[in-house]
Ligand binder design. Structure first.
Ligand code: SR1
Ligand code: MG
Length: 418
């Protein structure tokens, strides 16, 4: 794609430029002069517009040719919209009803018109505000299991899966962001890094731990070379929108084929960071809200495992662990499934620990901690998060299950580190 005609939309030009598209007028009506357009993008990369008329609303998301968070000194290919579009279509097929409906895609303008989710809000804001979402853990676990299983050669025909790996392998610069910012930058003084003052003793300890860096690089190797399934690639609480009981996953432009444990590991990290940040956000309801966040983590893993096992029994039609080798021989494949889940669990814990580091040490921190204005309050909470992250990376073999994981989180939450 050349993008010769690409032009970034503005609130002033959007109605004229999209006003005659049937896919859009179907939702907003045919009189664009009455449309209200607001640019609401608060992510790190793109333009996002809410377009409303008296007949309905849509979201228009358009890629910019650079990283919005940094500016045009960091160019970023427009083709990421193409991958986001393809990721959304695959997620919609693999776990129907969990992602916004796409109304229109324009590859040359790097834009997607999609369903406006309302009254959904970004989950991270709900977690900061102390709001609960019914069924959150179960939803997330099922989403991770279904997309992991159904995007892999446990389920897909090999030729289809390999063709898809080929398609997504064109998405180079976006994974490179993760490869640098997530796996590498936290562990040395990289140019774009920043951290809360006061954390230096904890950071020095991490950066001087050679084993920690070695395992982080092992996980980077796995992330970059293991094409087990199509992952969302950036699954955190900012990529989930929810009401009190309705949940959707958004923003899969970081999609790539990668290890099955990646999404659920990153998501678990973001729940743990929400948990560790709570003392600065809550009052008398602190304990019960922190308990609820930990229950989201255990629910998520329970639902992931149950769904994965169910798909293993009912949809294992790919070339991996075929029934011809097990059930058809009168042999149980239960231990093989246990083995696959054990590897996902260990990988996820390590990805989780690394994500806990990057959100406090490299570029693109999360609002859970960043909205704590008093750095003297923020630093000790981040210190707990950083040290637990290191334990997850270094000792993933010793943590048996999600119950043990949340018990460990409680011990770090009680520590005075700085
Ligand atoms: C430069 S992009 C920084 C971060 O924003 C995205 O949401 C991803 O998390 C990425 O790592
Ligand atoms: Mg995003």
């Amino acid at each position: 794609m050349e993008y010769a005609n690409y032009e970034a939309l503005t609130p002033e030009t959007l109605s004229t430029r999209l006003g005659s598209l049937p896919a859009v007028t179907k939702h907003l009506g045919t009189d664009p002069s009455g449309w209200q357009v607001r640019e609401v993008g608060d992510g790190n990369l793109n333009l996002v517009f809410i377009v409303q008329s008296d007949q309905g609303s849509v979201i228009v998301k358009q890629a910019l040719p650079y990283v919005r968070l940094v500016g045009d000194s960091w160019p970023m290919p427009l083709y990421r919209a193409f991958y986001e579009y393809h990721a959304l279509t695959r997620q919609a097929a693999r776990d129907p009803g969990t992602v916004p409906e796409i109304y229109y895609f324009d590859a040359d303008q790097a834009l997607i018109v999609m369903e406006f989710l309302s009254p959904h809000v970004i989950l991270r804001n709900k977690l900061i505000a102390g709001e609960k979402v019914k069924g959150l853990g179960a939803f997330c676990g099922k989403f991770c299991a279904r997309t992991a299983f159904r995007g892999s050669e446990l389920s897909l025909k090999s030729a289809d899966k390999k063709a898809d790996v080929g398609l997504f392998s064109g998405n180079v610069e976006i994974p490179a962001i993760t490869e640098g910012l997530v796996f590498t930058d936290p562990y040395f003084e990289a140019e774009l890094n920043n951290h809360t003052p006061g954390l230096e003793p904890v950071i020095n300890e991490l950066r001087n731990n050679i084993e920690l860096k070695q395992i982080a690089q092992q996980m980077l190797t796995k992330f970059a070379s293991n094409t087990q399934t199509m992952v969302h690639g950036d699954l955190h609480s900012g990529s989930i929108m929810a009401t009190d009981s309705e949940i959707r996953v958004i923003d899969p432009e970081f999609a790539q084929y990668a290890p099955m444990g990646f999404d659920i590991g990153m998501l678990t990290a973001n729940y743990l960071m929400a948990f560790f940040s709570q003392p600065a956000h809550r009052g008398s309801d602190l304990d019960s809200y922190q308990d609820w966040i930990l229950s989201v983590i255990t629910d998520c893993w329970a639902s992931f495992e149950a769904e994965f096992r169910s798909l293993w029994d009912s949809e294992r039609t790919g070339m991996l662990y075929p029934k011809t080798l097990f059930e058809d021989q009168g042999h149980s494949s239960g231990a093989a499934c246990d083995g696959v889940l054990a590897e996902i669990w260990r990988d996820a814990l390590r990805f989780c620990g690394i994500e806990m580091h990057r959100r406090c040490l490299s570029l693109a921190h999360n609002a859970d901690f960043e909205t704590i204005e008093d750095t003297a309050v923020r630093a000790p909470l981040e210190a707990r998060n950083l040290q637990m992250g290191a334990e997850l990376v270094l000792k993933s073999d010793t943590l048996k299950d999600a119950k043990a994981l949340v018990a460990l989180a409680r011990t770090y939450n009680a520590r005075n580190i700085l």
